[in-house]
Ligand binder design. Sequence first.
Ligand code: MG
Length: 188
Amino acid sequence: MTYFLDFDRTLLDFDGYLGHLLTVPAFSQFHADIRAYRDRVLPRPEVLALSVAIDEWYAHGGYQFSPGELVAHIYPDVLPFLSVHGNETYIVTSGGVEISYHQGRIECTGLHTLVRDVLYVRGRDEGKGPVIQQHTENADFVFVDDKESQLDSVAEFFPTAKCYHIARAEHSHRSDRYPVIASLTELP
Ligand SMILES: [Mg+2]
């Protein structure tokens, strides 16, 4: 089986990650907004502005993640899953226009060395369906994401793919249109 797995809130505990950024002095200019975002009180337009600002700042040398820096925030089922399925797994992540921030976050976890490839989707709201289509013609794969809009994007291009909504936390939204899992251990 081939697996296409989202990164944030699928492999990486994103709230834990935000908590980590609050301890990094280099990010201090963003700390007030990161705290509000983590606490879910930052208005949507400011969330977008924050992600664009960090994306550009990082790309222009604002910070560089160190090897291993984010390993503690990888969900505990991820390494066991990749030790079995890594050869048939792609990470597919969407983010800012600059890829370097997302690349830095993923590569400092070392997960890119445990999978077949990492696919980057430019632009936070771009769908993952077209990018996956560039890598496979075989619709017999599993796709996992915490965003229903991304499940819709992939299901549109691959109606027979097995799309799973991952809900990692108690309070996470649970799809009523896709099968919901809480852990990669539940995948076929
Ligand atoms: Mg995600």
